[in-house]
Design a protein around this ligand. Structure first.
Ligand code: NAD
Length: 361
């Protein structure tokens, strides 16, 4: 496959913000969305980067994404907060609910933050990173509804759940970077099916079945019609269990709602997120914690690498490596992904020339 074209991250941020300003978002909102998406590209998760623009524009145009909506605090129990995102941009809703949770975790040692009815919250690691910047541990259970379910339950051959991500962050020590575990409970995120489709490459084995339950590597099985197949859960029955937990905690407990037939609108993405934010200092022995962390990581990565592997790495490392490489060399994008972005801009009235010149500024 030929080398992909590279784009500077600042230029991509500006181009994305231009699209959402045209989509009636204010300047700060449009910039926040551009930043959240480009940070995903920088982290190596192209599934949650600029390729989401086309989908967000469709949601703006069909009225299921409200560019002016803000997170509303509907319950304040001190360390327990519940927000309604009113289907505002996840970049804005998530930033507000995490800022509030961080403040309460610092005050109380722990905070439980329920974020209901947010539009797409993007790469959930983005929110763990916000907590990590403040030295806080966090856990995030997220569910997804509002469109066709994409993931089959273990033992089933039709989709019933969303790709329901789980994420956790543990702060850095003086010797080690933070641990950031962040994954869809499906074998791969659905955005990665789009990325594979745009690039014309097969899916990894074990990621998808067709409607007869037969494994397939063909991303087009679920594009453009997601009912053409189902993603499988990661970790077999264990990932299935975690996916249901995300429905229960991220969907039911937050009040955002879990998957059920009435919530299939084929039009939008509703994320519910339950976040538990912990100040490790509240447990009184930060030095002891850091010593344990360093000893654990050192022991684990000392395992001899398996055949074909360079070394053992910990969660968060692939994203840091991608970030370093892409900050230096730019974000690689498939021509089709770029064409989709330009077309999305056109749907809110932004000329292709404007976006091309922003991207090459
Ligand atoms: P993935 O499979 O690429 O990576 C998951 C995790 O594994 C990361 O924490 C990474 O650091 C770690 N990892 C990767 N390779 C590793 C290795 N060799 N050794 C140790 N750790 C390693 O992720 P995914 O499941 O495709 O999810 C991609 C993104 O999609 C995530 O950021 C997730 O939050 C997001 N997502 C969002 C939604 C939503 O509705 N907002 C839905 C699904 C997924």
């Amino acid at each position: 496959m030929s080398e992909l074209k590279r784009y500077g991250h600042e230029n991509l941020r500006a181009a994305i913000a231009a699209v959402f300003r045209a989509g009636k978002a204010d300047d700060a909102t449009a910039s926040a969305v551009g930043d959240m998406l480009v940070e995903a590209n920088l982290s190596g998760h192209d599934s949650h980067g600029i390729q989401m623009v086309s989908y967000y524009v469709d949601c703006l145009n069909n009225g299921t994404l409200d560019p002016a909506a803000r997170a509303e605090l509907v319950l304040d129990g001190g360390a327990v907060l519940r927000f309604d995102g009113h289907m505002g941009f996840g970049a804005v809703v998530g930033a507000a609910t995490m800022a509030a949770g961080i403040e309460r975790a610092k005050a109380h040692g722990i905070a439980l933050v329920a974020t209901a009815n947010s539009h797409h919250l993007g790469r959930i690691g983005h929110w763990a990173e916000a907590c990590l910047l403040e030295g806080l541990v966090s856990l995030h259970f997220v569910n997804v509804h509002g469109h066709q379910p994409l993931v089959a339950p273990w033992g089933g051959m039709r989709a019933r759940m969303g790709t329901n991500p789980f994420c956790a962050g543990v702060p850095a020590t003086d010797r080690n970077p933070p641990f950031i575990l962040d994954f869809a409970t499906s074998k791969i995120a659905f955005g990665k099916v789009h990325v594979a489709n745009d690039k014309g490459v097969p899916l990894p084995a074990g990621a998808m079945i067709d409607t007869d339950g037969v494994p397939t590597l063909e991303p087009g099985t679920m594009i453009p019609d997601a009912t053409g197949g189902s993603l499988l859960t990661m970790g077999e029955h264990k990932g299935f269990g975690l996916s249901i937990l995300c429905e229960l905690l991220g969907g039911a407990l937050t009040g955002s709602g879990a998957n059920r037939p009435e919530r299939i609108t084929q039009e939008t993405t509703t994320n519910g997120m339950l976040s538990i934010i912990i100040d490790p200092a509240a447990l009184g022995d930060l030095a002891g914690l850091r010593e344990e962390i360093d000893a654990l990581y050192g022991w684990v990565v000392s395992a001899p690498p398996a055949p074909g592997e360079e070394s053992v790495i910990l969660a968060g490392e692939p994203e840091r490596r991608a970030r370093a490489e892409r900050l230096e060399h730019g974000v690689p994008l498939a021509d089709q992904a770029w064409a989709n972005f330009i077309a999305a801009g056109g749907r809110v009235g932004v000329a292709a020339d404007t976006l091309e010149s922003l991207a090459r500024a």
